[in-house]
Design a binder for this molecule. Structure first.
Ligand code: 5GP
Length: 198
């Protein structure tokens, strides 16, 4: 998605060889217009999958997931990282090791909102090692529903998450794919492909 790549190139900050900071439009301040375009793109990509629910994880997956839900006209459920006083019903949980915080969280969703006949699209902001997405896959499958797609805003393709999920048979669609963050610079997979074509 060219608009997203342009935004990353203009506003993203490379913190290390492995970490990209996008606090100005996705992870802290949110650009609603860009999120709307992202939602539209996910809705187009997964249009033929008969998706009935979107599942994401708090907090940074919520904005793109809600916009996709708006276009697809389906509900969005976000997995919670902390126990909540109001989330007391039967919960389905999985444990997820956070790439950026280096801590393990138990993430949970109420059984009330995912059912056996649901066809689920998982959405998240970043894909690195695939821990967050795999945790969401486990929760969806424990609820008896089917995962019919995984939509990622920014995939770091040099880390193993995308390959792992694809090898497991999931359809993974990422709107921006980063080939490298070396030398303080973002190189997109699309640029690498252009280089080989020339
Ligand atoms: P994974 O679980 O795939 O290893 O990592 C994905 C999760 O870690 C995402 O939900 C995201 O919050 C966070 N994350 C991973 N890599 C990055 C990164 O380079 N930048 C930011 N801002 N978050 C990241």
């Amino acid at each position: 998605m060219r608009l997203l790549e342009e935004k990353i190139a203009a506003d993203g900050m490379v913190l290390s060889e492995n970490v990209l900071k996008v606090d100005s439009f996705l992870n802290h301040q949110i650009d609603p217009q860009l999120m709307l375009e992202i939602g539209k793109e996910f809705a187009t990509i997964f249009a033929g999958e008969g998706i009935t629910k979107i599942v994401t994880i708090e907090s940074s997956g919520i904005a793109p997931a809600v916009m996709a839900g708006l276009y697809m006209n389906i509900p969005v459920i976000f997995a919670r990282k902390r126990k909540s006083l109001t989330l007391t019903e039967d919960l389905v949980s999985a444990s997820v090791h956070s790439f950026t915080k280096n801590e393990t969280n138990e993430i949970s969703i109420s059984k009330k909102y995912i059912h056996e006949n649901d066809r689920v699209l998982i959405i998240d902001d970043f894909l690195a090692n695939g821990e967050a997405a795999l945790g969401l896959v486990k929760i969806v499958q424990k609820s008896g529903a089917e995962v019919n797609g995984i939509g990622i805003v920014i995939e770091k393709s040099f880390q193993p998450g995308a390959d792992t999920l694809q090898e497991m048979g999931f359809r993974v669609e990422s709107l921006a794919r980063i080939a490298s963050l070396s030398n303080g610079k973002v190189t997109f997979k699309s640029e690498k492909m252009e280089e080989t074509v020339q």
